[in-house]
Design a binder for this molecule. Structure first.
Ligand code: CA
Length: 620
């Protein structure tokens, strides 16, 4: 890909032993012709490269800027690649006096974009997994010579050895489960010390390389191609707020301001509400945005344009290289918000079908809605440009709905009040909704291991507005494992994903009866949902919960869905008079899973502790 030649003039040879100039890194490693963005920044790294000047002669490519920085060991080049440029190797000559370095930078032809960069939306169900914890398809990569942490199955706070090979072996399983999109927690290199526990992937040490314990860049791309071949989509997890302290930049920062607070540690206050707060102090704002997430995660400074250009080029490189369909951006409230909007706009202008969801950890709908594009109403004028947000308020409301008894402000009323504020969102159908994720107690644990409550919560996940996301293991109604720290309780490995496991939840024969019941229910609903257009595009109408019951509809010109929820311990009979504005157009209801039918009469009968989904028709 990159050929580097070293040419030294004769009389300079004696100096070589002191600082032999060479190019150690080129980011990105290659680029393409005919890209939707014309400019590409190239970061060159090697001893004294900042003292060299670059020259390029290549038709259709112009070197517009070259920038040396605080560290003498970096040189940033900006290339304009015009539409007339043809694929090939661009010769780049770096000169310092008579000393010359040469490298060739490859411009590839773009691959056909069919089935690539497709985005994701409410017609999908996203499966969120931690690749380290899902399945170990290649035990040979559990430990990589020269990397700081090896797998240790005896310690849940360390790597377990799961990898991309494990995922590709389980694509049939995910397909069967009805999942149409996969979101991996980050797969880029996290070569961190074992004590830190970077199996989660949020402490990047190389933004251009898949962690070798998960596989290779080529394997990641092949896995995405394989997912696309079966109509599934893939979402890449990225982090622009911070890197890992073992990132190679940290040994020799390009500029003094590359990361915040390098001289004196300052931790963030984790209060994302500050950004939209009209009364926020500068002190709090600075602590939120400039503070480090944890001591092992240096906070990147998005006011440094060389850095943000690097991050944008890196994003586009992965989108183009891998064909990935969407991005989940981590810690969305913590970086500079103007940069985040610029990043979103650049990506979505280049790849219009693509989608991005920001991890907007917010306690209520206004705080979450602030981060969705075109904020209506009385905002501060900020437009995030961001299509999708992680809908934490939905998650909190539904979790509490099935953890509490019904009351005027408890149980199902949480869901009602939360949804009644949907006017705050530009498009709540783009919100990613979920019952749990890798940073939250598992929903089954949260609701006191109530099996009926679990199935009702799943029903809401599959039928309410937004893009549902299922956390791996939730299909088996997993609770917590009492091993390791808090996080590890809900980040267990899936039995059967490892060759020496004594059972496999990937096979029906390896599941307990309860696991099978949960699995079947989720699989049946998710597969039904694939063609249930009312859940993808339908409007929503709900009725104020009464007496522990909740009735809502999803309405589309081709399909109307009725959901009946009864959280009480008694059968409830509801007069249909209340629902006539919807029911009036139909005479029968068909259960979407077992096809049982009933004629719409004076009453709806809701069995205790159950949610059911019905398609309304005029068949009877
Ligand atoms: Ca492995």
């Amino acid at each position: 890909m990159i050929r580097i030649l070293f040419l030294f003039s004769f009389f300079l040879l004696p100096l070589q032993s002191q600082a032999q100039a060479q190019i150690e890194r080129v980011d990105p490693p290659f680029w393409w012709v005919d890209m939707p963005v014309e400019e590409v920044q190239i970061q060159l790294y090697g001893p004294d490269l900042g003292l060299f000047r670059a020259e390029i002669e290549y038709e259709g490519v112009q070197l517009t800027k070259q920038i040396a920085v605080d560290s003498p060991n970096y040189l940033f080049l900006y290339l304009q690649v015009h539409s007339s440029a043809k694929a090939g190797d661009i010769p780049i000559v770096l000169s310092r006096g008579d000393e010359q370095l040469k490298l060739s930078f490859e411009l590839k032809n773009r691959e056909d974009r069919t089935n690539k960069n497709q985005g994701f939306d409410a017609s999908d169900v996203i499966y969120l997994m931690m690749p380290d914890r899902f399945a170990n398809g290649n035990p040979d990569n559990d430990t990589i010579e020269g990397m700081l942490e090896a797998a240790d199955r005896s310690n849940p706070e360390r790597r377990q050895g799961g990898d991309l090979a494990g995922v590709s072996q389980k694509l049939d399983y995910l397909d069967d489960l009805g999942m149409t999109a996969i979101w991996f927690t980050p797969i880029i290199e996290n070569d961190m010390t074992p004590e830190y526990g970077a199996y989660h992937g949020y402490a990047a040490t190389d933004l251009y390389r898949v962690d070798r314990r998960y596989g290779s860049n080529e394997e990641y791309k092949a896995l995405i191609d394989a997912a696309h071949d079966r109509g599934m989509r893939v979402i890449m997890d990225m982090i622009h707020n911070h890197i890992g302290d073992q990132h190679w930049w940290m040994k020799d920062l390009p500029t003094y301001d590359w990361v915040h607070n390098i001289d004196e540690y300052m931790q963030t206050n984790y209060q994302g509400s500050i950004v939209a707060d009209p009364y926020a102090s500068e002190y709090d704002m600075q602590k939120l945005v400039d503070g480090w997430f944890v001591p092992e995660m240096p906070d990147l400074n998005q006011d440094q344009p060389l850095l943000t250009d690097y991050l944008i080029v890196n994003t586009i490189w992965w989108i183009e290289y891998s064909g990935v369909d969407g991005i989940r951006m981590d810690t969305y409230l913590y970086p500079d918000k103007e940069y985040m909007a610029e990043w979103v706009e650049t990506v979505l202008t280049a790849y219009p079908d693509f989608n991005i969801v920001g991890e907007a950890w917010a306690v209520n709908p206004p705080a979450a809605a602030y981060w969705q594009y075109d904020l209506p109403g009385q905002g501060d004028g900020y437009d995030s440009k961001l299509p999708s947000i992680t809908d934490f308020p939905w998650s909190f409301a539904v979790r509490d709905a099935f953890a509490e008894e019904f009351g005027w402000n408890s149980g199902l009323m949480h869901v009602y009040y939360m949804l009644s504020q949907d006017f705050l969102y530009s498009d709540p159908m783009k919100n990613v909704i979920f019952l749990d994720n890798h940073d939250m107690a598992r929903v089954f644990e949260h609701i006191g291991k109530d099996k009926a409550g679990f199935k009702m919560a799943i029903t809401l996940l599959m039928t309410q507005r937004g893009i549902p996301q299922l956390y791996y293991g939730t299909e088996f109604m997993f609770g917590h494992e009492n091993r390791g720290g808090d996080d590890e309780g809900w980040r267990q490995t899936l039995p059967g994903g490892w060759p020496d496991d004594d059972r496999s939840v990937f096979e029906e024969s390896g599941r307990t009866a309860e696991e099978q019941e949960a699995f079947s229910y989720i699989r049946d609903l998710a597969n039904w949902r694939k063609t249930a257009i009312a859940t993808h595009e339908g409007s929503m109408k709900h009725f104020v919960p009464e007496d522990g019951t909740y009735v809502y509809f999803r309405m589309h010109e081709q399909q109307t869905i009725m959901v009946l929820v009864n959280t009480s311990n008694e059968e409830k009979r509801l007069s249909t008079t209340r629902f006539q504005e919807v029911l009036g157009a139909f005479n029968s209801a068909t259960h979407v899973l077992d096809n049982t039918q009933f004629e719409l009469g004076d009453e709806l009968v809701l069995p205790p502790n159950e949610a059911s989904v019905w398609e309304l028709t005029n068949e009877l």
